[in-house]
Write a protein that binds this ligand. Structure first.
Ligand SMILES: Nc1ncnc2c1ncn2[C@@H]1O[C@H](COP(=O)(O)OP(=O)(O)O)[C@@H](O)[C@H]1O
Ligand SMILES: [Mg+2]
Length: 231
């Protein structure tokens, strides 16, 4: 269970999050919605440790992880699929997937078959360089890499951004599979509202660095949600 408690976050003198609280539970997809620039990515960076939180705490399975470096959080089962994917362009697909082993204990590891079952295209491209893949293939690779680390929670930042519809379907199917078969907690930042609606069990809407509405799936169609999302 991930629990973000009353978190503030700043870049130097510029505060971008105010008193943000949020939970993500096993076997549930929690969707964070909001327009550009409201602080969604900053919130995820605070959770995974790429940016220090000010006031407040990030709790994971009952422990305060706010001060742990990113690799320690990864070791404890927190996987991050960043906005823009950030795969390694010069490494092959196989090598990109193998970087996911870094946060696992022990020596010998195998890439799980389910990565290739969910994303068959990766199997046929194992020796290609990451940088030669299309945007959609790179997104599948980024999710596959996160799966390799066998996480308890997967945190994804706008995985559908700039991706063609057929691949968006595959990504939705993969996320649902991880929730249902692994009872994984999923924290999903999305701007593609219909995609979010199909997947989410619960949601939180952000505006100007704060969570302004939250609830379970049944409340997502409310006018009160829409008004924060339409430009
Ligand atoms: N590295 C950074 N340094 C300074 N300001 C930043 C940095 N990253 C983001 N910001 C600012 O923080 C605010 C929230 O950005 P971000 O978290 O990326 O929002 P979102 O993901 O919702 O689009 C924006 O005003 C943005 O300009
Ligand atoms: Mg963002």
């Amino acid at each position: 269970m991930l629990s973000v408690e009353n978190v503030d976050l700043s870049y130097g003198a510029a505060q971008v999050l105010w008193n943000v609280s949020l939970e993500a539970a096993p076997g549930e997809i929690t969707c964070v919605l909001g327009r550009n620039g409201v602080g969604k990515t900053s919130l995820l960076r605070g959770i995974v440790g790429h940016q220090a939180v000010g006031k407040g705490r990030v709790m994971w399975n009952g422990k305060d992880i706010s001060k742990l470096p990113p690799f320690e959080r990864a070791r404890r089962g927190i996987a991050y699929v960043p906005q823009g994917r950030e795969i390694f362009p010069l490494l092959t697909v196989r090598e990109n997937l193998e970087t996911g082993f870094a946060s696992l204990k022990g020596g010998r590891h195998k890439i799980p078959d389910e990565v290739f079952e969910l994303f068959p295209v990766l199997k046929s491209m194992l020796s290609r360089r990451g940088g030669d893949l299309s945007g959609g293939q790179q997104q599948q690779l980024a999710i596959g890499r996160a799966m390799v680390a066998a996480p308890e929670i997967m945190i994804l930042d706008e995985p559908t951004e700039g991706i063609q519809p057929s691949v968006i379907k595959d990504i939705g199917r993969a996320i649902t599979y991880l929730r249902d078969s692994r009872s994984m907690a999923i924290l999903l930042v999305e701007q593609y509202f219909e995609f979010a609606c199909e997947l989410a069990d619960r949601f939180a809407v952000m505006d100007r660095g704060q969570v302004v509405v939250s609830g379970d799936q049944s409340g997502m169609m409310d006018e009160n949600v829409r008004k924060y999302l339409t430009v």
